[in-house]
Design a protein. Structure first.
Length: 311
């Protein structure tokens, strides 16, 4: 009996692992592209271009074509270091280039003539104004924003609360989910997590998914409000794509607790004008996260919510 249970658990974990690998192509990846030229603007063909994901150490290598162009498709979102090498030119290194979900990052390189043992190092050479795509108009909320902004409510820490404050999103309506994007129906949202459908199937409504991930486990998420590219679809209102964090070469983790008590909370306006006593609401939200190479790159988290409303 115990052996059967162990086999079943292993099978489930393996299925999720395989599904997550295939899901990277379903609107959860990014792309780095660019052109390598010399200082006169002439294309440099056959140059070796390597990107390395910061923290994890994953490396990918390609060569420029006859026009000096290169491309890395279907890569995980994150920060990358780029290295370009070609005989007769100095080695070029660009660090801290961010690739966001569904938003290609363009890194053009100008090689200087010199010994390949010499290195030219620059920081963040990716284009600030995105010209590599004609679609996916919306906003991307990165990990630092998720960790810094106050998103603690009575139902826990829900990063999707930040959707209501993105351009094009209007909330507070009197129908359905009460959230509309550019005038579309309030039920026209599509939610995915690492490429997996997480829409609520039993009760429709915008800005509604049964999954409320711990913000510490989310790498970033994107809301696309118009001009969707081919990999996104299904709904006309908004495409909400969440990507979970992955581990790194080092172990990292945290512990947290968010505590609400009547001693620290003021009386709400409706309670005040009604002349009622302050609500006796007590809430503990505690948990933590842990990530690292165990045994391969992975990340895990746990959150617990305990609320008490006294009469």
């Amino acid at each position: 009996m115990r052996a059967n249970r162990l086999f079943r658990n292993v099978a489930i974990i393996a299925s999720f692992a395989l599904f997550s690998l295939t899901a990277f192509s379903q609107g959860t990846t990014s792309r780095i592209t660019g052109v390598v030229a010399d200082t006169s603007g002439a294309a440099v063909a056959g140059a070796s271009v390597t990107i390395k994901r910061q923290g994890a150490g994953n490396t990918f290598t390609t060569q420029t074509n006859s026009n000096g162009a290169y491309v890395f498709d279907l890569i995980q979102p994150g920060a990358y270091d780029l290295t370009v090498e070609k005989a007769g030119f100095k080695k070029f290194v660009s660090t801290g280039n961010t690739a966001l979900i569904n938003q290609p990052s363009t890194i053009n390189v100008a090689l200087e003539v010199g010994d390949v043992s010499a290195t030219v190092t620059v920081t963040g050479t990716a284009e600030v104004v995105q010209t590599s795509t004609s679609g996916n108009i919306g906003s991307t909320v990165e990990q630092r924003t998720l960790e810094s902004l106050p998103i603690v409510g009575t139902r826990g820490r829900n990063p999707l609360d930040l959707l209501n404050f993105q351009p094009g999103v209007v909330f507070g309506g009197n129908t359905g989910g009460a959230v509309n994007v550019h005038g579309s129906r309030d039920r026209a949202f599509n939610f995915t997590l690492d490429g997996i459908d997480i829409n609520e199937s039993s009760a429709g409504g915008s800005n509604f998914t049964p999954l409320r991930p711990n913000p510490d486990s989310v790498q970033e998420f994107q809301i696309v409000t118009s001009n969707f590219t081919a990999e996104l679809g299904r709904s006309s209102g908004a495409q909400v794509t969440l990507v979970t964090r992955s581990g790194t070469n080092e172990f990292h983790g945290n512990l947290f607790e968010y505590y609400q008590t009547p001693r620290f909370n003021a009386k709400s306006y409706p309670i005040t004008i009604a002349g009622l006593p302050k609500e006796q609401f007590v809430q503990h939200i505690f948990g933590g996260s842990f990530g690292g190479p165990v045994p391969t790159f992975g990340f895990g988290e746990e959150t617990s919510l305990k609320s008490l409303l006294k009469d």
